[in-house]
Write a protein that binds this ligand. Sequence first.
Ligand code: SME
Length: 159
Amino acid sequence: MSTSIADVKKELDQIGRDARSANEFMSQMTKLLHDRMLKYNWVGFYMLEPGSQPPMLALGSFQGAMTPHTRIPLHQGICGAAASTGKTIRVDDVNKDPRYLACSIETKSEIVVPVFVRGKVAGELDIDSHFPAAFGDEDQEFVEYCAALVGKQLEKSLA
Ligand code: SME
């Protein structure tokens, strides 16, 4: 495991222990990932809007440039695909993926990882990079770890 991933994981574990709310944790996580992971150029959460019909993802905490996509229906975008299938989606070249909704012309690759609460998709962690194929297996494992930490915080807030 690369040093930065191992270090950031430890910091996230600590931040998770100290967090007063899931929202505070998500905000701190986006900042830490954006500041410390040099190829993670946009980091944000989309969360399922309670009660929306059809179901909608709404932009939550994020770091990076403002995106035009503040609400995304489940049948649109890489974000919609990850939330509706409950599977991580990694795209090495966003310009070759017809599902892609552009956020910045600089974005070249993207990873979207669902956040599960009590076994159901509650939202997702979305990361864009200015570098092609920026997300390898190690990044996927790491971003899935981050999403699982958020799921645990959200479950704690329901308990
Ligand atoms: N690219 C995403 C939209 C969100 S922005 O990247 C912040 C998608 O295709 O769903």
